[in-house]
Design a protein around this ligand. Structure first.
Ligand code: CO
Length: 482
């Protein structure tokens, strides 16, 4: 690699550390508690990471649902220990960190609040790569003076980059689109570990040639390729890669940082990060690991998913499929389901297989195999066909769309507008519903995102304090109304 690396010498690769978000989301189902981050937080801050991803994705959901933590608190608490390194979060455009599209008033308030609690970099994506779903979010991030990092969901229709939909041209055009939207940086988001090393080389070169913005690469290790992919992307001149400390790396997580630092020694692209420091930090994670190991998927000896190389289906989706089939006593049909996922996806306009679309396609594939094709159809699939999630990369065949939308109460004719244009403001209505139960704008926003579980969370949180003094209730009621 000497020739390639000479070209970029003096351009150290920057590292975004994802240990505190995507790392434990991937390895431990997002169960890491804030208290277990604190002992190493200050030292993490001293490592010299370009940014640390600490919030977003599934953290908001799991923190209040399973950990009994107020989701807004984590960045606030971490900020007391991590003062130099910018905080990054993953945000699903109009979906924010929830599972549906929210109205623009919710998007604006959520972004404002996220900035207020310390988020500096917003990596924003849309499951369909329909950037209209990121418009409101992007505008608000920029109005707050924070970094809008536009992410492209990497996907494939063949074993390698190319073919009709997901070819080089597709991703370059999408990157240019993001630049035109005002992105401060671009991220290639390879959530299923599909990006192969030599494709990464071509992709990075082509995107770097077409745009002037810093380029990030986020790969999951799932298929076993990601560390090789990073190396080739680094050769091609990528600016930032996402990694985790070794104990929270590999498997379905990101590549580990330690071997990357060792491998880049003397190439001119090695980051100024002290390997020995990382080893000490890794030991802390090893020490707390026994608490969390029940969440580790260890049914298999292999830590990589060879299957994803063949069927391009992400690991999370496979565990959902397996779960559904188990419930229906039909686990023996998994092989058929894999094939059906490919076909259903093609017919549904070839969306990238990422949350929530991956679940919709997966669930429909199961229904198609067990009950006949599109005989039973989920309402989520109808919404997808109706255009409520956005525009699919390839249009859906009108005859099939007609069949699926027949007698659907939300509409029989696919929409062309931005889905959020149909949504009425939500905040005032939620405030009314919650009444005294909410004591802050944070409570209201969290409730809009997660009505059932957040209501329970708020009841538990405030019932305790109510017993201490009724005065609290009155005061916070006023504060909330203002
Ligand atoms: Co990820």
């Amino acid at each position: 690699m000497t020739q390639e690396t000479k070209k970029v010498s003096g351009n150290p690769i920057k590292i975004q550390d994802n240990t505190f978000r995507d790392g434990h989301q991937s390895i431990y189902a997002t169960r890491m508690k804030t208290e277990d981050m604190l002992p190493i937080a200050e030292e993490m801050d001293n490592c010299g990471f370009h940014a640390m991803e600490v919030w977003g994705g599934a953290t908001f959901d799991t923190m209040h649902r399973f950990l009994g933590e107020d989701p807004w608190m984590r960045p606030k608490i971490l900020k007391k220990y991590i003062k130099k390194t910018p905080f990054a979060m993953l945000i699903r455009g109009q979906n924010l960190v929830g599972y549906r599209h929210y109205a623009d008033d919710v998007v604006n308030a959520f972004v404002d609040k996220s900035c207020e609690i310390g988020i500096d970099v917003f990596r924003c994506f849309d499951a369909l790569n329909d950037f209209r779903n990121m418009e409101s979010c992007a505008r608000r991030i920029k109005e707050n003076g924070k970094e809008f990092q536009g992410a492209l969901c990497y996907s494939l229709t063949e074993v390698r980059l190319g073919g009709e939909v997901y070819n080089l041209d597709f991703f370059v055009k999408k990157a240019v689109e993001l630049e035109q939207m005002g992105a401060d940086a671009i991220c290639i988001k390879d959530m299923a570990g599909l990006l192969s090393p030599f494709d990464a080389y071509d992709l990075v070169l082509a995107i770097k040639k077409a745009i002037k913005l810093p380029l990030h690469l986020h790969c999951h290790y799932t298929s076993g390729m990601a560390s090789m992919t990073y190396l080739k992307a680094i050769e091609a001149g990528v600016d930032v890669v996402d990694t985790c400390l070794a104990p929270f790396a590999l498997r379905t997580s990101m590549p580990a940082i330690e071997p990357i630092i060792a491998a880049l020694q003397g190439t001119g692209r090695e980051p100024a990060i002290d390997l020995n420091k990382l080893l000490v930090l890794g030991e802390h994670l090893e020490n707390i690991a026994p608490k969390y190991n029940t969440y580790l998927a260890n049914q298999k000896l292999s830590i990589i998913d060879n299957g994803v190389l063949a069927h391009q289906i992400p690991g999370g989706m496979i565990s959902n499929l397996t779960g559904q089939l188990k419930e229906m006593n039909a686990l023996d049909r998994l092989g058929e389901i894999y094939k059906e996922v490919v076909l259903t996806r093609k017919e549904m306009g070839c969306p990238p297989l990422v949350t929530p679309v991956s679940q919709i396609i997966g669930a429909q594939a199961v229904l198609n195999v067990l009950f006949g094709r599109y005989i039973r159809v989920s309402n989520q699939l109808r919404d997808l066909v109706l255009g409520l999630y956005g525009r699919t990369p390839v249009p859906i065949d009108p005859a099939l769309a007609k069949k699926i939308l027949k007698n659907y109460k939300r509409g029989e004719e696919p929409i062309k507008e931005r889905p959020a244009d149909f949504l009425k403001p939500e905040i005032e209505a939620a405030k009314e519903q919650l009444g005294d139960l909410a004591r802050s704008d944070e409570d209201v926003l969290a409730y809009i995102l997660y009505p059932a579980t957040m209501e329970k969370f708020l009841r538990e949180k405030y019932d305790k304090s109510l017993t201490r003094g009724a005065g609290d209730k009155k005061n916070s009621g006023k504060k909330f109304a203002a």
